[in-house]
Design a binder for this molecule. Sequence first.
Ligand code: DQA
Length: 148
Amino acid sequence: MQILVIHGPNLNLLGSREPGVYGATTLAQIDADLQQFAANAGATLESFQSNHEGALVDRIQAAGRDGTRFIIINPAAYTHTSVAIRDALAAVALPFVEVHLSNIHKREAFRHHSYVSELALGVICGLGPQGYRYALMHALDHVRASAG
Ligand code: DQA
């Protein structure tokens, strides 16, 4: 069972980037935790981070062909701007959960709207790195249930 985790722009700076908002955990730590959790559950998990919208679109498109069963995505700033990422997710039609470390609804008004939420199975925000863990738990359940 293949699960893909996609991290958008500036998330490579986690740990040092606005720690008051995003915490002290690095992206490598988040990915290692998810990797371990997935392995324990007998699943394979791949993480992908890019600061480039087109690279994120390319990776989502590739997920439609490479056996990916579920996507966990934090589109970061592109959440609020990218019709292209939304369209890529719609095109591959894979189930996905949207994750944000911070509670985007408690922040600036421009962060309140997400272009992808409407297509997501669910949205987790404000729970820090744990949010990815919860999304992964759901992904594992969802894929198992849909495999019958
Ligand atoms: C974020 C929230 C976005 O508004 C912001 O642009 C990010 C990170 C989060 O995880 O809380 O880069 O997606």
